[in-house]
Design a protein around this ligand. Structure first.
Ligand SMILES: [Zn+2]
Length: 71
């Protein structure tokens, strides 16, 4: 949770590209998500955001944008 907040605040996406502070992902990663997953990332932390983040990150790993993060 704390890491998520730090990441949200930061300006670097986990794929390595620049992102806006306050956004979860860079534009490229965000655009590669299905619409439903995008919407869920607007939920508040503690109100489903953690779950939405997990789903998005799984999707990005599976589809290759974050493949370097797969152990
Ligand atoms: Zn990205």
């Amino acid at each position: 949770m704390e890491n998520l907040l730090k990441e949200l605040d930061g300006t670097s996406c986990r794929c390595g590209l620049w992102k806006h502070s306050g956004h979860t992902l860079c534009r490229e990663c965000f655009r590669s998500l299905p619409f439903r997953m995008r919407d869920n990332l607007y939920l508040l932390v503690g109100n489903g955001y953690t779950e939405a983040y997990k789903k998005a990150s799984e999707h990005l790993k599976r589809t290759g944008r974050w493949s370097h993060l797969v152990e």
